[in-house]
Design a protein around this ligand. Structure first.
Ligand SMILES: [Zn+2]
Length: 274
């Protein structure tokens, strides 16, 4: 069965949803919406796979090590999670073999979120460490023929330089936050961009959404963060991806039906759901 919408980047695997995770997933599937739960370190990656394996279809996992967990001087910010802190994982505890093992699950459809985030970093050593961990995950994606769920903040140039060595790898730039020039660079390399509820309360990305080729754009929530209008400041949920998709359709020149179908088709093509 083909879903009506796909949230390609959710965190129902995070502890903030713990008791309600399965209820929320059921509600999402009942509305014919699919989702990918995205891990940010070992525990949350494991839980993404654990949840995905409970369902024959519609729930998938992306596994990886978020760059803000890569170095000792990095701190969680509002984009990350009080939740992850409570899972008491050593931030330096990156272990590629753990992810290699998890990647054996057929429900794992991508590697990430991984990438570079220089926002909090104070020294070059930490940046170097982030790059090393990022490269190991790119190699893992290549090994498993999986796409990358890319998190980039204040590090587009370095990320693009690294990706030059990984031709043929499919990359989705999650929570795209760059300008048109950066968007075009990723698009020219054949990559995709995904957008969150942020686009319902800022017009900053309108032109990028309008100009992006229709076959390279996808919808996500990044829940529990960044709820779209009219649910701002409430905990976000995968079903809100419908509001993100509708906003993308509103901004596009094509008929709404065609855009909504493309958002689903693009996700299916990128992630090869089983
Ligand atoms: Zn995320």
């Amino acid at each position: 069965m083909i879903p009506e919408f796909i949230d390609i980047h959710a965190h129902v695997n995070f502890a903030v949803f713990n008791n309600e995770a399965e209820e929320i997933i059921k509600k999402t599937l009942d509305e014919n919406v699919w989702l990918i739960n995205v891990g940010s370190q070992k525990a949350t990656s494991w839980r993404a796979v654990f949840l995905a394996e409970k369902y024959p279809q519609g729930v998938y996992a992306s596994i990886g090590h978020h760059p803000i967990h890569s170095c000792s001087s990095s701190t969680d910010d509002e984009d990350e999670d009080e939740v992850n802190k409570s899972q008491e994982e050593n931030p330096n505890d990156f272990d590629i073999d753990y992810y290699r093992h998890l990647a054996k699950s057929k429900k794992v459809v991508s590697i990430g979120e991984c990438g570079l985030d220089y926002f909090h970093l104070k020294n070059d050593e930490d940046k170097k460490e982030q790059r090393k961990i990022f490269i190991e995950q790119l190699e893992l994606a290549q090994e498993n023929k999986l796409p990358i769920m890319l998190h980039i903040r204040e590090a587009f140039d370095d990320a693009l330089a690294i990706l030059k060595d990984f031709k043929g790898l499919k990359v989705n730039v999650h929570f795209f936050s760059g300008d048109w020039l950066i968007a075009r660079t990723f698009l020219d390399l054949g990559h995709t961009l995904s957008f969150t509820g942020v686009i319902t309360f800022t017009s900053q990305y309108d032109e990028i959404i309008k100009n992006c080729p229709l076959d390279r754009i996808m919808s996500e929530t990044d829940c529990p963060y960044v709820s779209p209008e009219p649910y701002r400041n409430k905990r976000n949920e995968p079903l809100n991806v419908r509001l993100v998709a509708e906003r993308i359709a509103y901004l596009r020149p094509e008929p709404k039906k065609e855009v909504l179908k493309a958002l689903v088709d693009n996700a299916i093509r990128t992630f090869n759901f089983v």
